[in-house]
Design a protein. Structure first.
Length: 137
């Protein structure tokens, strides 16, 4: 399996998968281009990170990997906030996990996700007014 073949399977750009491979610190890759051979474990890791990023609309591989490492493996739903890695690192430093500020940030993220999921149901539906027949004269 090569990176460019994996890109074909995942409908992803090879350059994005290369960024994920670099974020996973695959330093033993012989060639930093699309023809780089991968072993099965590396291909699986890249695929997992790519799907996590796609499902949560995360753009930075390092941020996605950090969220994957921090998420509870038993939870079925993870809260994802798409931030640059440096911003996410700063928030983790300022608001350690379990602190009141951390819990507030998670609640705000959950509320935002909930609002986005239920947006179509919140919008009032336009009901056309019934057409009144006009009397014939």
């Amino acid at each position: 399996m090569k990176l460019n073949q994996l890109a074909d399977q995942l409908p992803a750009k090879t350059i994005d998968l290369i960024a994920i491979a670099k974020a996973l610190e695959f330093t033993d890759l012989p060639n930093p281009h699309g023809g780089t051979p991968l072993n099965a474990a590396q291909a699986q890791q890249i695929t997992t990170v790519f799907r996590f990023m796609r499902d949560r609309r995360i753009t930075e591989p390092k941020s996605a990997i950090a969220q994957m490492q921090l998420s509870d493996p038993d939870s079925t739903e993870a809260i994802a906030i798409s931030l640059r890695a440096s911003v996410a690192d700063e928030l983790r430093r300022r608001y350690p996990e379990g602190s009141m500020s951390d819990r507030i940030l998670r609640l705000l993220g959950a509320l935002q996700s909930f609002e986005q999921l239920h947006q179509p149901f919140i919008q009032p539906h336009q009901i056309p007014a019934p057409v009144q027949p006009t009397p014939n004269q």
